[in-house]
Design a protein around this ligand. Structure first.
Ligand code: NAG
Ligand code: NAG
Ligand code: NAG
Ligand code: NAG
Ligand code: NAG
Ligand code: NAG
Length: 894
């Protein structure tokens, strides 16, 4: 122990021994004021608050000086691999010469530039190939012969898409939906027989007490993983089991709330205009209040019960098997931290120190209120609801200890009140009740999505007592008018999502309008919608570029030792086949690749890939077996439930394309693909095989990628674009398979993501939710529950950090990556005058940046992808130049 702490402890003890605590509680009318009287032996400086930190132990809790805290990168299953393999170009050019009639075997010829004056439509080396169309594909090409088209063409908004005859993908036009439930079951059958069950998951479940599937990527995983001492982020509060640690060595549950002046900031990044800080982090380990009991100690145990999507219950027992326990229902957005005591002596501690505790009467019958004023100038309210109705008569026995009666049963609730009397009346009015679980429902009508979060409650007089719950900014912005009417003026900062707002009532309804329901497989733009027919020039360019890429070794590129890379490659080839078949109107050209693609996909359905999947019966989910061999970091931590929405999203999108081009394929493959959907994004909470919505967090409005890895800073996500890809993938798979509920759910998720990414991750100049000197980073980098770090797990190059929020560039990209955002980011980072000009970026990242540029300057992007002597090392292993050409051509050339 640090000598200074020892001294502090001695001072405390001296003080305790020399103060007659019970006698310093003078009655003031109806109120009992417990103000600590300093005695001669206690010097004021003996007691130091944890914030700002003054002891070395407390300072350890502020991670600024500890680079290891900055990104616990190596500990959580994220290896430092790039998000795509870079394939050797030479590997995939076999036979190219035959097709092109050219000896050049490393680069494809440049597609014809779309400039009207130079585009004569005259023959080029692969004109013969383009005319060798599938005999059935006899529909006239509406733009053939037109030599003056810019790459932009007709859209679904102005034209009926052209039927391509042989192809089942006649139109991406969405079917109108009316009041479509977005949470119907995906499937209810067993796990496909090819997937073997295993009960030896490398992460043992020692503390989550459930036979139902356990949510692995949720905000409370710190309660059941590892040391069980890392924080649970309910927002705006954080809870953590003290477990004998911290300066008070408490065994209770810490409740803390961080204000913006307490943040620690990283160094400025001078590569970015405005020199934003590289990261910010909330201090961990602050102990504003600790809800404890005198019976807790060395032999105390904590277990988690009912681990669900929006809640879990932490049960703290004085010892295993004891009936003396405190249950903490932890629920996202809960207005108070609530503790349900069974026969224990309450001990409320504070590492920040009580300045004063005032007994403040009974706001409602049977409820006893205290106001606690802490040394960091914050005010907290404490409500005790004893089962026996007797005044619990809490006593402040020291600057750190507030004690209740022996054998207490009932609830204790604490809340921080930043809003004086006007805030207190709301807390008073809802005291005694608390949420125990959350639920979600939702529907889609035309392009309007509606979703409702609601909570079941418990406590005293629940019938007539409304809940008080905290909403995040993106909720408040989309509240329907009834919910808006229940907003209070209580605002508390959240750890990484701006201010939360307290709302009265047991449910909120959010409305997302103008959903991009018309996004299909074809390029899409905010102005023109879905673009099925590219100009003749663009079609020619596609058909010219495609053979080179269709000749890649599909089996070799798709059967990798990683679900992530394999999924990306399958998605690449499916998208390529679609592009040639549907946008290039050349079924024949892609026919062989399509057959090979189906075979390669089948390897996974047969579960014969390098690392087969297994059904894990412990946590309940489908995982890669790569991590069963001792290294959980294999395949980005897939085995421990990292990144399932990223990995499986690519497979699902590939399947959606394959099934739409060949509906006969669906029968044998639908069950397997649905299994992936159920694993990463299940639609129901009563599936015995999978938890509800593993990745997507319907409260936070985006997914969390981190699975079963204990973490200082909670869950995190670094790729918002791959998160969006999952929503898009299930939308398209739902459409392909006729699962209207899934399609609608994907649409609503896209709408929510559009809003939450704009609010928290993709920061325009006017962003108010992230710290002012952080927003010039334009993207968060990795957003954790407790910190935001402008970096990636594989390096901090600007093209990595920004680019991982761009890829894959797909039809949904223009929806979440708003033009104004893309413009600001480009100007600040990738323009010619910026620190990292796109034109000089190496490898596949250059292609990613230029495809992204299409969202604001398709002409420049086109010139990049259509240039002669195009270098294929600019295309990453998860993308194709052919699709990029189509993608760029589909953007509005204005
Ligand atoms: C960032 O802003 C915070 C809060 O205003 C300030 O304390 C900190 O010094 C700033 N950091 C830099 C590098 O400007
Ligand atoms: C956990 O489950 C067991 C039996 O399934 C039960 O006896 C116990 O009370 C549960 N709760 C806790 C907190 O351990
Ligand atoms: C207090 O709760 C009652 C319902 O029990 C509600 O009618 C009333 O509006 C609430 N008052 C405040 C200030 O929230
Ligand atoms: C949090 O998790 C880390 C990483 O597993 C662990 O080292 C640490 O002890 C845990 N608890 C706290 C309070 O940091
Ligand atoms: C968040 O709340 C703080 C404290 O009330 C306030 O100063 C700040 O302006 C708020 N921020 C936003 C974006 O509303
Ligand atoms: C590059 O120039 C544009 C205007 O031409 C300007 O808006 C932008 O801020 C500049 N970028 C950098 C990084 O200086």
């Amino acid at each position: 122990m640090d000598t200074r702490l020892k001294w502090k402890a001695t001072a405390l003890l001296t003080w305790l021994l020399t103060t007659e605590i019970a006698h310093c509680l003078p009655r003031v009318g109806n109120e009992v004021e417990a103000t600590l009287q300093n005695t001669a032996t206690e010097s004021a400086s003996a007691f130091e608050t944890q914030y700002p930190p003054s002891s070395s132990e407390d300072r350890l809790l502020i991670p600024e000086s500890h680079p290891v805290y900055r990104v616990g990168l190596q500990q959580d299953g994220h290896s430092s691999q790039q998000p795509f393999p870079q394939f050797d170009v030479a590997k995939f050019v076999d036979g190219l010469g035959d097709l092109l009639g050219s000896g050049d075997d490393t680069t494809a010829p440049a597609p014809t530039a779309p400039t009207p004056s130079t585009d004569t439509g005259k023959s080029d080396p692969i004109q013969a190939t383009t005319s060798a169309k599938h005999p059935e594909n006899s529909a006239p090409n509406p733009t053939a012969g037109s030599v003056t088209d810019p790459p932009q063409k007709s859209t679904t908004k102005s034209d009926e898409p052209v039927q391509t005859g042989s192809s089942p993908v006649a139109s991406d036009k969405p079917k109108a939906m009316h009041d479509q439930d977005i949470f119907q079951p995906v499937a209810t059958g067993p796990i496909p027989a090819s997937i073997k069950s295993r009960d030896d998951h490398p992460v043992k479940n020692e503390h989550a007490n459930a036979t139902d599937p356990i949510a692995t990527n949720k905000f409370y995983a710190g309660l059941y993983l590892g040391t069980q001492t890392n924080a649970t982020f309910t927002q705006p509060y954080s809870l953590a089991w003290s477990k004998g640690g911290g300066s008070l060595k408490s065994w209770g549950m810490i409740v803390s709330h961080v204000q913006s002046h307490m943040l620690a900031y990283g160094p400025p990044n001078n590569k970015i205009p405005g020199n934003p800080v590289q990261y910010y982090i909330n201090p961990v380990g602050l102990q504003h209040l600790i809800i404890s009991a005198t019976e807790l100690g060395q032999s105390s145990v904590m277990n988690v019960e009912q681990p669900k999507a929006f809640s879990a219950h932490a049960v703290l027992k004085s010892s295993a098997g004891s009936a003396q326990q405190i249950t903490f229902p932890v629920v996202q957005g809960m207005g108070y931290a609530t503790a349900v005591y069974n026969d224990m002596e309450p001990l409320i501690e504070s590492g920040v120190f009580f300045r004063k505790v005032v007994s403040a009467g009974s706001p409602r019958p049977g409820i006893f209120k205290y106001q606690a004023f802490l040394d960091d100038d914050t005010t907290w309210l404490l409500y005790a609801t004893p089962a026996d109705g007797k005044d619990p008569n809490f006593k402040l026995v020291s600057k750190t200890n507030l004690r209740g009666p022996k054998g207490f049963s009932g609830t204790i609730q604490v809340a921080k009140n930043p809003a004086g009397k006007s805030g207190e009346k709301f807390y008073d009015n809802s005291s005694g009740v608390y949420p125990v679980a959350g639920e979600i429902s939702g529907s889609l009508t035309d392009d309007v999505g509606t979703y409702t979060l609601s909570w079941t409650k418990a406590g005293k007089d629940i019938k007539g007592t409304p809940l008080i719950m905290f909403a995040l900014p993106h909720h408040v912005h989309s509240f329907d008018s009834a919910t808006k009417g229940r907003i209070t003026d209580i605002h508390l900062r959240t750890t990484t999502k701006g201010n939360s707002t307290a709302v009265i009532g047991e449910s909120w309804t959010m409305v997302e309008k103008n959903l991009p329901i018309d996004i299909g497989f074809a390029p899409w733009s905010t102005t023109d919608g879905s673009v099925h027919e590219l100009s003749a020039a663009a079609q020619r360019a596609i058909i010219q570029a495609a053979p080179h890429e269709l000749k890649q070794n599909i089996p070799e590129q798709t059967d990798l030792n990683s679900m992530y890379y394999s999924g990306k490659a399958l998605s690449k080839f499916a998208t390529l086949v679609y592009t040639v078949n549907q946008l290039g109107n050349n079924v024949e050209l892609a026919a062989d690749a399509f057959q090979t693609l189906k075979k390669s996909f089948d390897l996974f359905v047969q579960n014969k890939q390098q690392f087969p999947l297994a059904y894990d019966t412990i946590w309940k989910g489908v995982v890669s077996t790569a991590g069963y061999n001792g290294d959980l970091n294999q395949d980005f931590g897939n085995t421990a439930y990292n990144d399932h929405h990223f990995h499986y999203g690519y497979f699902i999108q590939a399947a959606a394309i394959i099934g739409s081009l060949d509906p006969s394929w669906l029968a044998a493959n639908k069950e397997w693909v649905n299994m992936l959907v159920r694993d990463a994004g299940n639609s129901v909470a009563n599936d015995a095989h999978f938890p509800f919505s593993r990745s997507f967090d319907w409260y936070n409005g985006h997914s969390w990628a981190k699975g079963l890895f204990e973490s200082f800073d909670g869950k995190d996500q670094e790729s918002t674009s791959e998160d969006t890809m999952f929503a898009y993938a299930i939308k398209m798979w739902g459409k392909t398979t006729g699962d209207a509920s899934m399609e609608a759910r994907g649409n609503v998720m896209l709408g929510i993501l559009g809003r939450s990414l704009h609010n928290y991750f993709l920061m325009e100049d006017d962003n108010v939710n992230q710290p002012a000197n952080f927003t010039a980073n334009k993207v968060t980098g990795i957003l954790f529950e407790n910190k935001v770090d402008h970096t990636t797990y594989f390096g901090a190059n600007l093209e990595f950090v920004q680019g991982i929020h761009m890829l894959p560039l797909m039809p949904h990209s223009p929806f979440t990556r708003r033009k104004e955002f893309v413009r600001q980011e480009w100007q600040a980072m990738f323009a010619e005058n910026a620190s990292t000009p796109a034109s000089k970026v190496e490898g596949g990242w250059r292609g990613v940046l230029y495809a992204n540029l299409a969202l604001i300057d398709p002409k420049a992007a086109w010139e990049f992808f259509a240039q002669p002597n195009f270098d294929y090392s600019w295309i990453d292993g998860g993308a194709s130049r052919t699709w990029y050409l189509a993608f760029v051509a589909g953007e509005s050339f204005g």
